[in-house]
Design a protein around this ligand. Structure first.
Ligand SMILES: CC(C)(COP(=O)(O)OP(=O)(O)OC[C@H]1O[C@@H](n2cnc3c(N)ncnc32)[C@H](O)[C@@H]1OP(=O)(O)O)[C@@H](O)C(=O)NCCC(=O)NCCS
Length: 377
């Protein structure tokens, strides 16, 4: 029997001590290891952010160089995984493929069961490189294109785009993706990170924890929201429908609008601030601000009508579309970034572990409830 009433959705419950990510939802502050996300988005890069999340401080120049090298050396996926992906049914979505392939990566890990600190750090490098590769390679496979070799000279963002498109990206595309990766890297005890920590806390391995996280990220209330936003924009565009009239109708039916609302932020999600600007800048510089303009109309209406703010997923949709990325890659790209935060949290959890096992408030038939033999029911 639990002693306190249940908090639906664990809202406001503090479930762990963590030194990784600071959020002030009322002030719209997000910081990794105390460093404001705005400063990181402006001045840092994804590799440096991974280092910060995993090791707790910004790297010196040589440390960053070594980090980049190690990440590039980890760009290896066993050919059996690639073969496995070739045999998946054509209707498999990139996110389902990612979930399954990451689980299978453990078969080829030299010490998949080890959960000590050093093994976890090694797996953090491996999985960060491999998740990006799996997303890119599967996209090539499903489009009947040749798999592209990794280039150790390129940054994480640039190598991902190279392996995805077969071409070295423009500096603008590389920079835009790099900033998006920084913005998505960590977010405290969001659903997928919590799932990763719950799994890790049983002393299961990193691959199992990250597989749990990917499963949680996939849902439309979490990372899947960015795909839902873009599908809505595409449908509106195709039907020539007014975006504001459409969301008005959804709200009248008490439906949730993907890309809005947040459990923690009562003010603007600071990641949305950057993504809005990126969406606008990329839209205008590419000569196609249509997706930004539609998004902005929807945002203004929902702000005014429901006092709800855009979250990280709203403008990432139009940003990624303007970068030429397919809709069903949006959530996998979220994972390409969030693996950095998941890994940091698994490392932190296992450095000072205790099983995560909350209680439920029992609301079923009163105890004791009689067992009735089957022929008397
Ligand atoms: C993120 C989310 C799951 C948070 O959920 P939550 O903390 O449980 O919030 P609730 O569902 O209790 O919503 C609180 C109120 O805001 C409203 N609301 C929240 N998000 C909304 C949205 N996207 N569209 C319309 N109304 C929304 C709810 O209807 C509710 O209103 P009510 O009190 O009048 O019933 C929710 O905002 C949502 O479903 N958003 C859309 C999916 C999304 O973008 N997810 C990505 C999050 S980064």
């Amino acid at each position: 029997m639990s002693t306190t009433p249940a908090t639906k959705g664990l809202e406001g419950i503090v479930a762990a001590n963590s030194g990784i990510c600071y959020i002030d939802g009322d002030e719209g502050v997000l910081a990794y290891r105390g460093i404001d996300i705005h400063e990181l988005a402006q001045s840092s890069n994804f590799e440096e952010v991974c280092y910060l999340l995993w090791f707790g401080n910004l790297p010196k120049r040589e440390e960053l160089e070594h980090f980049r090298q190690r990440l590039a050396e980890s760009r290896k996926v066993d050919p059996a995984i690639i073969e496995m992906m070739r045999n998946f049914p054509k209707r498999a979505t990139p996110m389902e493929v990612l979930r399954t392939a990451v689980s299978a990566l453990s078969f080829y890990d030299p010490d998949e069961k080890a959960v000590d600190h050093d093994s976890n750090v090694r797996k953090a490098y491996a999985l960060t490189s491999q998740i990006a590769m799996i997303v890119a390679i599967y996209d090539r496979i499903r489009k009947g294109k040749k798999v592209v070799d990794a280039d150790p000279k390129l940054s994480h963002a640039a190598n991902f785009l190279l392996q995805l498109t077969g071409e070295k990206p423009s500096p603008t595309a590389e920079k835009a993706l790099d900033i998006a990766l920084i913005l998505h890297a960590d977010h405290e005890l969001n659903a997928s990170t919590f799932a990763a920590r719950v799994t890790a806390a049983t002393l299961s391995d990193m691959h199992s924890a990250i597989t749990s996280a990917i499963g949680a990220l996939k849902g439309p209330l979490h990372g899947g929201a960015n795909e839902a936003v873009m599908r809505m924009l595409f449908a509106l565009d195709k039907a020539g429908q007014d975006p504001v009239e459409h969301v008005k109708g959804l709200l009248a039916q008490k439906k949730k609008i993907s890309g809005f609302g947040h459990r923690v932020y009562t003010t603007e999600d600071p990641r949305a601030t950057h993504l809005r600007k990126m969406s606008e800048d990329l839209g205008r510089s590419s000569g196609n601000p249509k997706w930004f303009d539609m998004s902005r109309k929807i945002e203004k209406y929902i702000n005014a009508e429901k006092k709800l703010n855009a979250n990280v997923d709203f403008y990432s949709a139009s940003t990624y579309t303007t970068l030429g990325l397919d809709v069903d890659l949006f959530t996998p790209i979220f994972a390409v970034s969030r693996i950095s935060g998941w890994a940091a949290h698994v490392i932190e959890q296992l450095d000072d572990n205790r099983l995560i096992r909350p209680r439920a408030e029992y609301i079923g038939p009163r105890y004791p409830n009689k067992y009735v033999p089957i022929d008397r029911r």
